[in-house]
Design a protein around this ligand. Structure first.
Ligand code: TPP
Ligand code: MG
Length: 327
């Protein structure tokens, strides 16, 4: 049933994580869609962020597949359901929380407790394994990434920065930190910045998205990086190129790579609601179907959305997760 290439596993992993994200955001029961969705299955208060999550899942899966030994720093901490889904599938969550078992019970646990009184917060927080900064305040990811490799030449860290986040003074000024680190990596480790260019922040387009590719590339070059433009289809290939020793030798002599990852905000989610564009628009930022608990139409849209991931092919109550999703 499963292909042998890494890219098939990456797609399965992303589908599994995306499903778990949507289930965390909306469901208080019926987590495996064992019966048609009903209003009672939906949480009474829908609070969380969808728009950034698919992109995070894509980046996480590709990094895990191609750079399994590096650290990962996530700027958009509001994309917590995606981080949680990945930590859950990695088994990291279970190490620290015995309820997060990678079975039906564990799925129910992470979904029900997400953004729930007394449960998990809606944003990444110090309760999350590996998280030291409270998610929710944008801007520190790049500075944290540089700080984490200071004095550690053996370390490489990839850092995902939201395109809205890059408009904060903190993130934008942190672009200069490569100057303090220099081009010689014998004292400090290496930072691979990834700009999540999904085009939107909370309620408007981002400045980076409104620049031409050339203007953005020149800005990045001006900061002393080599821009690498990637999208969902070729992201893995670009990462493999970075791993190529020949490229690395060149990159060492010249400048650090800076990946610009173009993705559609809210991709794989609802496209339109009542004539309004959701995916690829700021309306995907938080909860796209906020009336799912009271509107038959939105409930049906949610059911179709969940079904689109074919989670039943990736998980069964009897045999657990398909091996591919663990990458
Ligand atoms: C310092 C700061 N200012 C404002 C906010 C409010 N805020 C939360 S999410 C968000 C938009 C973030 O957009 P982007 O970085 O593009 O992330 P995306 O969700 O698009 O991946 C903003 C402004 C915040 N969390 N922190
Ligand atoms: Mg954005």
């Amino acid at each position: 049933m499963y292909g042998s290439g890494k890219s098939d596993f990456i797609r399965e992993r992303v589908r599994a994580c995306d499903y778990l994200v949507v289930a965390q955001l909306f469901l208080q029961q019926n987590f495996l869609l064992e019966h048609p969705l009903k209003f009672e299955d939906i949480k009474p208060r829908l609070l969380g962020h969808w728009g950034t999550c698919h992109g995070i899942d894509v980046v996480y899966a590709n990094l895990k597949a191609y750079f399994p030994h590096i650290d990962f720093i996530l700027g958009p901490g509001h994309g917590f359901p995606a981080l949680q889904a990945n930590l859950f599938l990695d088994g990291t969550l279970e190490k620290y929380d015995k309820n997060a078992t990678r079975d039906e019970k564990g799925i129910a646990y992470i979904c029900r407790e997400f953004s729930w009184p007394g449960g998990f917060p809606s944003h990444a927080s110090p309760f999350t394994p590996g998280v030291i900064c409270e998610g929710g305040e944008l801007g520190y990811a790049l500075a944290t990434a540089y700080g984490s490799v200071l004095g550690h030449p053996e370390k490489t860290v990839a850092v995902l920065i939201g395109d809205g986040e890059l408009e904060t003074a903190t993130a934008l000024s942190s672009m200069n930190l490569n100057k303090l680190f220099g081009e010689n990596v014998s004292i400090n480790g290496k930072v691979i910045p990834i700009l999540h260019l999904n085009g939107y922040k909370i309620s408007a387009p981002t400045i980076s998205a409104r620049k031409s590719e050339r203007e953005l590339a020149e800005q990045i070059r001006g900061f002393g990086y080599t821009p690498i433009f990637a999208n969902e289809k070729n992201f893995g290939q670009k990462l493999q190129e970075l791993l190529n020793p020949q490229y690395r030798a060149v990159a060492k002599r010249t400048q650090n790579p800076f990946i610009v990852f173009r993705s559609e905000k809210g991709a794989t989610g609802p496209e339109y609601l009542d004539g309004q564009k959701i995916a690829g628009n700021y309306l995907a930022h938080q909860i796209p179907l906020k009336n799912a608990k009271t509107s038959e139409k939105e409930l049906k849209m949610l059911e179709n959305w969940l079904k689109s991931y074919h989670f039943n092919e990736l998980f069964s109550k009897e045999t657990g997760f398909a091996k591919g999703v663990f990458l």
